[in-house]
Design a protein around this ligand. Sequence first.
Ligand SMILES: [Zn+2]
Length: 321
Amino acid sequence: MIYLSDSHKPIRYLISAFQGNRLHHAFLFTGIEGVGRFNAAIQFSMVCNCENRSDLTEPCLECPTCRRIYTNQHPDMIRIQPEGTSIKISQIRNLRKKLSYKPVDADTRFVFVIKANLMTIESANALLKILEEPPDCTVFILIVENQNDVLQTISSRCQQIRFSPCEETTIVADLLKTNDINPDTARLIAGLSFGSFIRASLYLKKKWMTKRSYILSRLEKLDQMSSGFRLCFAEQLSKKKDDIPVILDIIMSWFRDILIYRYCPERIINKDYQQSIYDHAVKYSREAVIQKIEQIQIVQKDVAANLNIRLALDQLILLQL
Ligand SMILES: [Zn+2]
């Protein structure tokens, strides 16, 4: 089932453009992972092709076309995503070949480029050529976190649709509705999710709450740790590459809390570590904490771009935090 949330508001704009027959041919869906960019793209492609179009604002989800799109079995809804660590030139060449034919049976064909920031330079330039002379009846949706994650020559040909992080209250309400957890836990998970439903669902698993406790217990004592212990800690964290974005979010939540404690103590995320956060807030200067946060953000960007992840995490924990 497609998960709809407030973050799907941007597609109402797209639907009205579609109804008014003034739909642009290429879009850049921007926003953090887990705010519904891909689901919104799929939903929009359904609205444009649904066989029961009496209500054009939402797809029926029941007609054969909606079902084929949802199950990724529709030949005219083309998904391009990284193979390994990047989107390769051969994938874009195959796309170009497919687009040289008319759509098989869709009124509006869609091309979804997932994690478009992972296109190689060759792939990006090949896609740019397609966007410069787009085929008829075809809409391109490139999914990235930020507008500058793709070449400027590509972003300038796309209309940007921004997806804001979900409201914390929305995530709390959803967690309470769909899980047997207490309001304090729901608020903690919503805070840690930074507005992403995908992140929130991760913290429902015991593994992540245990890992969070481990990370925070180390961060509490990080300034007393020797270089050897710091390196050991970094090694522990970088064991599973796929876990690193969430680990960085947990580290970020810690320093964010230390930063905001002096201004809004009631807004900290890790309320169960309140005393320790207070101790650190009085120990570090505001500038020092901001510097650490900026270093974490740099590593987050490297991780998103698949750059030197292990090295970046080692350096962060050994030298910057
Ligand atoms: Zn339908």
